[in-house]
Design a protein around this ligand. Sequence first.
Ligand code: 5GP
Length: 207
Amino acid sequence: MIAKSSSFLIILSAPSGGGKSTILNEVLRRAENIDYSISYTTRAPRGAEQNGIHYHYVSEADFEQRIASGDFLEYAKVFGKSWYGTSISFIKSRLQLCRHVIMDIDVQGASQIAATDVPYVKIFIIPPSMAVLKERLVKRGTDSPEDIQRRLDTAKKELKCIPDYEYLVVNDDLGQAVNDVMAIIRAEENRSTRYQNPMQGFLEQEN
Ligand code: 5GP
């Protein structure tokens, strides 16, 4: 029998406020074979965020210690302000269980992962326009005007990385954007190169 294709990382990147977390949560709700990678960060919790659910909140010293111990698959300083990183042990444990891991990381982290041998698919999500992005950030009400400006400036730079992503999803209609991400994951599961020796599996039961 042909074995299931191997699991992979689903990397979502988007300008902050692009609706990425909403899409991500909906994908997690719908899919049974995907786990979320909770990042480590040195930034403080925002609003109702909780440690161990939205992020693992750690001090700069703790983060540096983890870098030195090789705990991160990737890490980066985002908005020139706080550190963010992905736990290598969590990723490995999930992939070994044949589960996909979805993550919300910036363009620097995504390119670091692309340079490893961990299987992945990279999806970039954007709102329909810069004006919509600004409006969403202001409405969110969690960031200072300086932070909003910093996030918008970063967004402009990040858009230049779109060609490095296999897929682009425009988040105009949330339901449609979630459908698109689900469709991409499904297609990637069927990518022929993700199967290990499918021909052998097929021929095994020749008689
Ligand atoms: P926020 O502070 O709004 O939660 O996230 C800020 C940015 O950090 C977002 O662009 C998000 O994708 C990115 N980010 C979150 N976790 C990680 C991570 O583990 N690694 C990297 N490189 N970026 C991350």
